[in-house]
Design a protein around this ligand. Structure first.
Ligand code: FES
Length: 156
């Protein structure tokens, strides 16, 4: 089973390399495609990308670590991103964050046990005049209060 999974991931990455080329500049689109399709980039996928692009695995890992939208651990079905930028921060983000963590029983960067929700920070969502703000998948919610945030989470 493991061998089959490995072969299928290798084939998938080979197809991506075919599509994007073997240059260093192909690294980001390849990682984005793996992230989009699998919601994370496994250790094996990282090794295969490095091997097929002929670069060091540490380089692949550093790119994944640098960009907040790339992950090396499995993500939840839904991603909740709470804005941590200054305007939301002074508009009550901390109280909203506490309520969310309490409700989900996880910290920032973690995923609920049922794999339903991953909680992350994000930078400004462009809704500063209506903060605190958060994004659930691709939908933005504004003027959050602890109660409103919890209600939104319960509806996911
Ligand atoms: S600071 Fe939070 S949306 Fe701009």
């Amino acid at each position: 089973m493991l061998v089959l999974e490995k072969n299928s991931m290798t084939e998938e990455i080979e197809a991506l390399v075919e599509l994007h080329g073997k240059d260093r500049s192909a690294l980001m689109p390849i990682l984005q495609a793996i992230q989009r399709d699998h919601k994370y980039i496994s250790d094996f996928a990282q090794q295969e990308v490095a091997r097929l692009l002929d670069i060091h695995p540490v380089e692949v890992f550093s790119v994944i670590s640098f960009y907040s939208f790339l992950h090396c651990v499995p993500q939840g079905k839904n991603i909740v991103r709470l804005c941590r930028t200054i305007v939301c921060d002074i508009s009550g983000k901390d109280e909203v964050e506490k309520a969310i963590k309490r409700e989900l029983k996880i910290n920032i960067g973690e995923t609920t046990k049922d794999k339903k929700i991953t909680l992350e920070y994000t930078n400004c969502l462009g809704m500063c005049d209506q903060g605190p703000a958060m994004m659930v998948n691709d939908k933005i919610f504004t003027k959050l209060t602890p109660e409103k945030a919890v209600k939104i989470l319960k509806e996911i």
